[in-house]
Design a protein around this ligand. Structure first.
Ligand code: SF4
Length: 421
């Protein structure tokens, strides 16, 4: 590979690493005769960075130069960092070469803004179009749409990319204006709307014409930065919940604020990214999408922030002992789903298995329930444990937090040895 391109690749891959919205999903196009690559299943290559973030092996920016000066971004105009720009053909060739060498199965493509949003977006579209039409690349492509890009370019991008995404970054517009004065919600929500229109239109067309082109078949996603502005978890989760009501929004990613520009006094002085908070938001997001929780049940005016010590489902259960214990052999599926330690699959298995006889602790353990947690919130055959009502929520909380801390201590004891393997 050309030395010059390799040098650019190092700079641009490094610049792209702070974008966390890179997992691939939601598309199932398999390899076809005369094409290369496949977007089927979950086989897209990812690696995990030291800080635990998921990184696609070809997660790259077209350029890390930018005319904007967003306070939270390493690539902002005013930062003195090495800059690089790949040409359209360099990026296309790089993707194909990496694919042929079996390094990657997909592309996650983003860019800083050069000249203006449409100028940049046009180049991104040319890359994905060349990959699909000239090189017959059939692998997964996730492309970031540039905030403020025109409808025509977003509509064209959707014909070639599997997923399109536009980052909201900051959950409230007034905070966004402080940290990213060149952006506003209109420039973010307009492309989101174009993507949605494209997906819905394509679905309609395909009902009438089987071979009508597909538009961003894996839908869209977005990302919010957590901890750069004073918004609470309640603010963040309300935005997520509104986004999930849009039919094409597949994932909202939460990115703990990484203090890359510590000198900027508009930003909070954090020693490290708020990773526990980020994790709790993902858990709460999961509750919204798969556990039939509403935002106001997870966070409200009295509890605007998620509990960092316990997961949001357990926190809800401890605040509502009146709903427990749940009788595993009689309760509705929806209520079983709310028991800490019981996941979606386990709840489904319980409902199916109890048709054949009453369930006891042994069967529940086989089903995969985390009994250490669930035991305080359920009744079933042979379970003699005192419930959260008998023990009181604050005592159950103490017991579970102690157990969790012990588990973490054990992990710390084990890990140094694991590293030597
Ligand atoms: S527009 Fe994007 S790349 Fe440019 S400074 Fe803002 S966040 Fe960074």
């Amino acid at each position: 590979m050309n030395e010059n391109v390799l040098e650019k690749l190092k700079i641009l891959a490094e610049s792209a690493r702070y974008d966390v919205s890179c997992s691939s999903s939601g598309t199932s196009r398999s390899n076809k005769k005369g094409t290369i690559g496949s977007a089927a299943g979950w086989g897209i290559c990812h690696s995990f960075a030291e800080d635990g973030r998921c990184i696609s092996l070809l997660k790259i920016m077209l350029t890390n130069s930018c005319i904007y000066d967003c306070a939270y971004c390493i690539n902002r105009r005013s930062n003195d960092i090495p800059r690089a720009t790949l040409s359209v053909s360099e990026l296309v060739d790089l993707t194909i070469e990496f694919y042929r060498r079996n390094y990657i199965e997909g592309l996650f493509l983003s860019s800083g803004i050069v000249r203006n949003p449409d100028y940049t977006m046009e180049r991104l579209v040319r890359i994905v179009k060349d990959l699909r039409q000239v090189h017959r690349f059939n692998g997964y492509i996730h492309m970031k749409s540039i905030p403020g890009a025109s409808e025509e370019l977003v509509q064209e991008a959707g014909l070639y990319a599997d997923r399109l995404s536009v980052n909201i970054e900051i959950p409230k517009e007034e905070s966004l204006k402080i940290l990213a004065p060149e952006k506003d919600f209109q420039s973010v929500f307009a492309p989101m709307r174009y993507i949605q229109q494209g997906v819905l239109q394509s679905a309609e067309d395909r009902k009438r014409f089987r071979h009508a082109p597909r538009f961003a078949p894996a839908g869209q996603s977005t990302q919010m930065i957590v901890g750069a502005t004073p918004e609470t978890d309640k603010d963040i989760l309300w935005v997520s919940s509104a986004l999930y009501k849009r039919p094409t929004m597949k994932r909202v990613y939460y990115s703990g604020f990484v203090p890359v520009n510590a000198y900027d006094n508009r930003l909070p002085a954090l020693k490290q990214p708020p990773l526990v908070r980020e994790n709790r938001l993902y858990q709460a997001d999961w509750l919204l999408r798969f556990y039939q929780f509403k935002v106001e049940e997870i966070v409200d005016d009295a509890y605007p922030h998620l509990d960092l010590e316990v997961d949001p489902k357990l926190a809800w259960a401890l605040r509502h002992p009146e709903h427990f214990p749940v009788d595993i052999n009689k309760a509705d599926y929806e209520m079983i789903l709310r028991v800490p330690g019981i996941g979606v699959k386990s709840a489904q298995l319980i409902v199916v298995s109890r048709r054949h006889g009453r369930l006891g602790t042994e069967q529940l353990k086989k089903i995969g329930i985390v009994m250490k947690k669930a035991q305080y919130f359920i009744t079933c055959n042979e379970l003699t444990m005192q419930s959260v009502q008998d023990l009181r929520p604050e005592n159950v909380r103490r017991l579970l937090v102690q157990k969790n801390n012990r588990k973490q201590d054990d992990r710390q004891l084990i890990l140094p040895f694991a590293d030597q393997e």
